[in-house]
Design a protein around this ligand. Structure first.
Ligand code: GRG
Length: 311
């Protein structure tokens, strides 16, 4: 039995986070299930089936919850924001499918199920990952139409999402991470990897919520700063969980960082030092919102969840 990622937050905070995540999960999962059905019919055969498998595999939907909470804190309302959340989760799902491939982290288990390449095969999973990128663009465009957003706002959202998913964000961070296997990174180098690999998409989730709500620029900037800090905190908590959690709790193979000889926050700061740094970043994230007068209750609850979660 592993130890928790951090001391338990008050039960009222845990309950509020659970409620937000459940709401985001319900909206996002329903939408992704409809897209999966449609895409399976469009693509057909084994690839259509594998794409529906990857898209339908249940995640925690943290990024979706951040989109939703950021949208509301910026004054947005209504259910159509679930489409923006689903677009972010689609990019995230693509990254997990590719991350698990033998040429990257080479993992058999994801979200409690066999990884896409284990359930199907490597070429199929590779193609599914690539297919999911334009799917994310379609999901985003549909969401923007349902939100009644004009083309320039859709353009800005697309730029935000795909820049975060690209060489300046997720792909760039993963690239550095792969190159760094079996090397000891310095703290600044590790921060660069984590901010790109994991942080960029989490930051974009918060920014997109603000843009979709058509919030003033200073509020969008505060949401971005919040996302930047919780994005890094998320990956630090992930490093802690990788060495303190069990595969059953995590739904993925625990201890993978050590097996792959990866540099992690735990390696540099120890479990307790890494926890404290994640908590410091979560507190600082909320301060960005408070300084800009952005309502911070729901996002603060999610920041607390991100650093105290056990899966
Ligand atoms: C070809 C260099 C290159 C890159 C391709 C594969 C890839 C792009 C990027 C990998 C990014 C990645 C998987 C980062 C890890 C992020 C992370 C901590 C994932 C776990 O997120 P959770 O816990 O998962 O939110 P669930 O399953 O709940 O959605």
């Amino acid at each position: 039995m592993g130890e928790p990622a951090s001391p338990a937050p008050p039960s009222s905070v845990t309950a509020a986070a659970d409620a937000l995540l459940a709401e985001a999960r319900d909206g996002t999962d329903a939408l992704l299930a409809r897209w999966a059905e449609r895409l399976q019919a469009e693509i057909g055969g084994r690839h259509g089936e594998a794409l529906a498998y990857a898209l339908g595999t249940p995640g925690k939907r943290v990024r979706a919850a951040l989109v939703l909470a950021a949208f509301r804190s910026a004054g947005g309302a209504g259910p159509a924001i679930a489409g923006v959340a689903a677009a972010v989760e689609t990019v995230h799902t693509y990254s997990l499918v590719h991350d698990d491939l033998p040429c990257m982290d080479d993992d058999d288990l994801r979200r409690g199920r066999p990884t896409t390449h284990r359930r199907y095969d490597v070429p199929t999973a590779t193609r599914v990952g690539f297919l999911l990128v334009p799917v994310a663009a379609r999901v985003l465009a549909t969401a923007a139409a349902e939100l009644g957003l004009p083309p320039d706002v859709l353009g800005r959202m697309a730029e935000e999402l795909f820049q975060a998913g690209g060489i300046e964000g997720m792909v760039g961070g993963q690239w550095l991470d792969l190159e760094a296997e079996r090397q000891t990174l310095t703290l600044p180098q590790l921060i660069q990897v984590h901010r790109g690999k994991t942080g960029a998409l989490i930051r974009a989730s918060c920014t997109l919520g603000g843009i979709a709500a058509r919030a003033p620029e200073e509020r969008v900037a505060a949401l971005t700063a919040f996302g930047e800090d919780v994005g890094l905190a998320f990956q630090i908590a992930d490093d802690v969980l990788d060495c303190t959690g069990t595969s059953e709790e995590l739904g993925k193979t625990a201890g993978r960082d050590a097996q792959l000889a990866k540099s992690t926050y735990v390696g540099l700061l120890g479990v307790e030092g890494a926890r404290q740094e994640a908590e410091r970043l979560a507190r600082r994230a909320v301060e960005h919102l408070d300084a800009a007068g952005v309502p911070s209750t729901a996002l603060g609850v999610l920041a607390g969840y991100i650093v105290s979660r056990n899966s």
